[in-house]
Ligand binder design. Structure first.
Ligand code: SF4
Length: 252
């Protein structure tokens, strides 16, 4: 029987990719564990094709939270939890006039601040985080948002997602991949991970996405999730990734 040449395009159902095994070849047990959790679509050629297509579709993708400095971006990112960037931008348009710096937020009247950020939801917790982070920046970092993940994570209410947004967008430091709702959904649809936990998804993405594209990739995936690969009914007919997407959610 003659053998046909196989192409990379088809989704290998359970075999781990050579790239994943290759990177951990001296530790078979660890390699097997990685292969079970990282999405099977992580062949380097396929990942490169995804990055090219994202570049073509979103060459100018960037953070959509309006800000004039790293501190404002930190506050806007805290406010953006469970809220749209549009709503956050509406709130911060006046908020940053009243509270122009960490001092102003650190000494705010909590009840007033709660009402001012109320439209973004979870306003009590967000008020505590904003005031706590502002105090931390003043007391530990001389009024400047720190530039390392280790330091930024010491601020109340700041987790890796916020740290990655601020370090990547405000300082151009590739500290990791921003993982939140759109990135979680798309990474799974594009078969780059099998996890649901954001920390594990970030580890999977860090493993397969080249470091020099982490910042851009995060923005592009978020843009794609907002514009085309939407949660309920992805617009696959308009998606340039469709030929290399194996998602069961595809609508064509
Ligand atoms: S083909 Fe559909 S499911 Fe796949 S990435 Fe594009 S929009 Fe999302």
């Amino acid at each position: 029987m003659s053998r046909k040449k196989s192409k990379v395009k088809k989704h290998p159902p359970s075999k781990p990719s050579k790239a994943v095994i290759g990177s951990t070849a001296k530790k078979p047990a660890k390699a097997a564990k990685v292969a079970r959790t990282v999405g099977a679509g992580t062949d380097p050629k396929r990942v490169a094709a995804i990055l090219v297509k994202l570049d073509q579709a979103y060459p100018a993708a960037t953070c959509e939270l309006k800000h004039e400095n790293p501190f404002q971006l930190l506050i806007s990112t805290i406010l953006s939890a469970q809220c749209t960037d549009l709503r956050v931008n509406e709130v911060t348009r006046t908020l940053y006039k009243k509270y122009p710096n960490p001092e102003a937020f650190a000494h705010a009247n909590p009840s007033e601040l709660e009402q001012e950020i109320r439209p973004t939801g979870f306003f009590r917790n967000k008020t505590k985080s904003i005031m706590g982070a502002s105090k931390g920046i003043l007391e530990k970092y001389k009024g400047e948002v720190p530039r390392t993940m280790e330091e930024i994570l010491t601020l109340p209410g700041v987790a890796r997602k916020t740290g990655n947004v601020v370090l990547g967008t405000a300082y151009g430091i590739a500290s990791g991949v921003v993982v939140y709702t759109h990135v979680i959904r798309l990474s799974r649809r594009l078969d780059l991970t099998k996890h649901e936990d954001p920390k594990k998804i970030e580890q999977d993405l860090i493993r397969v996405i080249p470091k020099d594209t982490w910042i851009k990739f995060s923005h592009q995936l978020i843009w794609h999730g907002r514009r085309v690969c939407i949660a309920r009914k992805p617009r696959c007919i308009d998606c340039n990734l469709e030929p290399i997407c194996y998602s069961k959610d595809k609508t064509i």
